[in-house]
Design a binder for this molecule. Structure first.
Ligand code: AVJ
Ligand code: FE
Length: 437
């Protein structure tokens, strides 16, 4: 993708799509709700709104266009490292009307820049085409964050979306798929909008392993609960056991048991837990404990990526499980098109060459791996984007949820979070070494 006009259209399209989503997420509640803190885990929605535009101003207006700062005095308010989320409501934040005016001022200016910027795709990370793509991805990541805030919010539903299609189910699918061992290419040096932590492409070798054909479902997870999984220390990492004991955790977040039935709250609506849907809102510790109970383990990050990208015929790593085409609605449940995961077994057109399903979309999948740099990693645009998070404190999630836009999701995309987190749209699948029965 080196044609500058194509890059320009793609950037414009990605920015416009992101802004429509931001407008929806911040326009469906009143100003009081925008400035309220719905959970100490999250920012007020109005913080995300101005933060998106402040980053856009810094990366595109100042860095790419080389123009003078518009609102330098607000930079510290919207610096995620300066103020932890719980303290943000007390800051002198821009009021909703001011934040909206700032957002449209910045957007108008950077669209003028985009019209004239010399764009050369495929260049080094610092090229202008990359910066526009990074800003669109950043906004979409905050749109997912804002959707998490909506899920935590109390009160009647503010959002609505059609149900995902019913899907073919799992009756005809094998429980697991053998991924052949040997080398494959992990990461990318070619994907124009890949972030710093996805680079560079490099060879990895994994031994033969089996991986679940579909993500672990609520039904399967209910068997773990029913078998006393939350009361049996054998299955738990020590820190996970401490967490569930300290907080009285006995089920995924947003679940409760009433009259012998498991219910869950989903965007302001309480409904029975659907057994055929991938489990959602579990911590890394819960995923790890389930896998141990099942006699299995979480896949490593490289196993996950090999299952998602390796084409055994060509030996090549694909951009997505289904090939190199950009995601379309028949491939995966992405982009907040539906406000829930689709039933396990859905999206046969999105399966990998080896037959693994729903690797992209539906739920972020916990892996056993710590978030670490690839060999040859170069931080961009600054250390705080990825580098400061490297280390044993953060676990990698792969594949993207129903809440993430296609622009911020691909076979190489890496998400990370603390192993205690459960408000994120997280699920998992399990794996095992081949040869171990
Ligand atoms: C990649 C989702 C962990 O939300 O902290 C947003 C994305 N980086 N603004 C986050 C991000 C800067 C990041 N995650
Ligand atoms: Fe951010």
């Amino acid at each position: 993708m080196t044609d500058p006009e194509k890059l320009r259209r793609r950037a414009l399209d990605a920015l416009t799509t992101a802004r429509a989503r931001t407008a929806l997420l911040t326009g469906c509640v009143d100003d009081g709700e925008l400035t309220a803190q719905h959970s100490p885990l999250m920012s007020p929605l109005v913080w995300d709104l101005a933060h998106i535009s402040n980053q856009e101003e810094q990366w595109l207006w100042r860095a790419v266009a080389g123009r003078e700062a518009l609102r330098p005095e607000i930079d510290p308010l919207y610096d995620a490292f300066e103020h932890p989320r719980a303290t943000r409501p007390a800051l002198p934040l821009l009021a909703p009307a001011e934040a909206r005016a700032y957002a449209s001022d910045v957007r108008g200016r950077i669209l003028d820049v985009l019209e004239r910027a010399p764009l050369e795709g495929g260049g080094p990370l610092v090229d202008a085409a990359f910066a526009f793509g990074m800003v669109a991805q950043h906004e979409q990541q905050h749109d997912e964050t804002m959707l998490i805030t909506h899920q935590l919010r109390r009160g009647p539903a503010a959002l609505d979306a059609p149900e995902p299609p019913p899907g073919p189910g799992t009756a005809d699918l094998p429980a697991e798929v053998l991924v052949p061992g040997g080398p494959f290419t992990m990461g990318t040096s070619a994907e124009p909008w890949a972030l710093d932590n996805e680079r560079p492409a490099h060879a990895r070798v994994v031994p033969d392993f089996f991986i679940d054909t579909v993500p672990v479902t609520n039904g399967a997870y209910l068997a773990f609960i029913g078998d006393g999984g939350y009361r049996d220390e054998r299955w738990w990492a020590p820190e996970g056991w401490a967490q569930i004991r300290a907080h009285g955790i006995g089920a995924p977040l947003f679940w409760r048991r009433e009259g012998g039935q498991w219910l869950r709250r989903r965007f302001g609506v309480v409904e029975p837990v659907p057994e055929d849907e991938p489990v959602l809102h579990v911590s890394w510790y819960e995923a790890d404990a389930y896998a141990r109970w099942a006699g299995r383990r979480l896949p490593t990050e490289e196993e996950w990526e090999k299952a998602a990208r390796h084409d055994p015929v060509s030996g090549r790593s694909l951009r997505y499980p289904w090939g190199d085409d950009d995601p379309a609605p028949e491939h995966a449940n992405l982009g907040q098109r539906h406000l829930r995961p689709a039933p396990a077994g859905s999206y046969p057109a999105g399966r990998s060459p080896l037959g693994v399903r729903q690797l992209i979309g539906d739920v972020w999948e916990w892996t056993s791996s710590d978030f670490l740099p690839y060999p040859g990693f170069v931080a961009f645009p600054y250390r705080e984007y990825s580098e400061v998070f490297f280390g044993p404190g953060h676990k990698v999630l792969r594949g993207g949820s129903f809440a993430v836009d296609p622009v911020a999701c691909r076979g190489t995309f890496r998400n990370w979070d603390l192993p205690v987190r459960r408000q994120i749209f997280s699920g998992f699948r399990t794996a095992r070494d081949a040869g171990v029965i």
